[in-house]
Design a protein around this ligand. Structure first.
Ligand code: SF4
Length: 326
């Protein structure tokens, strides 16, 4: 039986942090076996907010090599850069023309981003979910792995597919979303989403010294003010990190030790740091090797884009014909 096709993307912000790694990339690596995977560095999405033009190409390459170092093997999936396949924006424009503006104004992420970027509430921020719909439907992907905050966008993608089909004839199947099961790692304050713009992140490629400094000062269970106060691992972001990086036995030991105040937060963080680095060091080593071999990364992305264009051009031929464009 043919494997189902999956689409997912990541923005080239210059940093891939632990939130990205645990919430998406680790999952991508596992999905490669079971699905036909199309993975994208979404540079068009990244320019909806102000970006460093001079560093942008380097950031794209950093995202790609970090993904490859994490195990997203371009020999076993399609890995490419969004703008290398121009059909993404072409299809997004057609979706713009069939979508009521109210649907876009209701998107929670648009409201959040409009708050965050008050000085730059551009049309791209509003229509961003339609570019996302185009990313997915251009490959007729059947499944999209997402965190809960993205479900609303996949619902819009499904509505967009229905709208297109109703107006122009059956073309797109409605993709399903697949919720990523891993617990969400928050920023170092334990409250906000881990992100580069909030400067509350730990980068996958960060040095051990820097990671320890961040862990050392990271917020734990705030009710645990003194060493002898019992803690609650269920509300501690560091415990969520343990679940992602420490062996199961350690995770199980720490829970009762924390609740009985038998372990202090500094010792708990030291154990986490050791386990985290065991996990990250091989990735960092691989990323350093890839940094020295830029041609290998660029070549893999070119090959991925060429393979994606074979699909996207066919789908756009069909779309243009149905819309009466050619
Ligand atoms: Fe969090 Fe560990 Fe401190 Fe408990 S002991 S509050 S799990 S850092």
């Amino acid at each position: 039986m043919a494997k189902k096709r999956i689409f997912s993307g990541i923005q080239p912000t210059g940093i891939i942090h632990l939130g990205n790694y645990v919430g998406a990339i680790k999952n991508w690596v596992n999905l490669i076996e079971e699905y036909e995977c199309v993975f994208c560095v979404v540079d068009y999405h990244a320019i909806t907010i102000e970006h460093d033009v001079a560093a942008f190409q380097e950031n794209i390459l950093t995202a790609a090599r970090t993904l490859m170092a994490c195990g997203v093997d371009p020999q076993r999936c399609r890995l490419f850069v969004q703008s290398h396949v121009p059909e993404h924006t072409e299809l997004a424009w057609i979706f713009n023309c069939i979508t009521p503006i109210g649907d876009l104004e209701r998107m929670t992420q648009f409201k959040d981003k409009s708050q965050q970027h008050r000085e730059n509430i551009n049309a791209g921020l509003l229509t961003y979910p339609l570019l996302q719909a185009a990313d997915i439907l251009l490959y007729k992907a059947q499944v999209v792995p997402v965190g809960e905050d993205q479900v609303q966008h996949i619902e819009l993608t499904r509505r967009t597919a229905r709208r297109f089909n109703t107006r122009y004839g059956e073309t797109f199947a409605e993709p399903e979303w697949m919720l990523t099961k891993t617990a969400k790692i928050m920023g170092l304050d334990g409250k906000t989403k881990m992100s580069k713009s909030l400067n509350n992140y730990i980068g996958v490629l960060e040095s051990g010294d820097s990671i320890w400094e961040k862990l050392r000062t990271a917020t734990t269970d705030e009710n645990r003010k003194r060493r002898k106060d019992p803690g609650d691992p269920d509300i501690c972001n560091l415990y969520t990190m343990h679940k992602a990086f420490s062996p199961q036995a350690t995770v199980e030991e720490i829970d009762p030790q924390c609740r009985a105040a038998e372990i202090g937060c500094v010792d708990c963080k030291k154990i986490l740091f050791e386990n985290m680095m065991k996990h990250l060091e091989p990735i960092q080593q691989k990323a350093t090797e890839l940094e020295k071999d830029r041609d290998a990364v660029i070549g893999a992305l070119e090959k991925g884009a060429a393979s994606c264009r074979e699909i996207s051009q066919q789908v756009m031929d069909e779309v243009r014909r149905k819309v009466g464009l050619r």
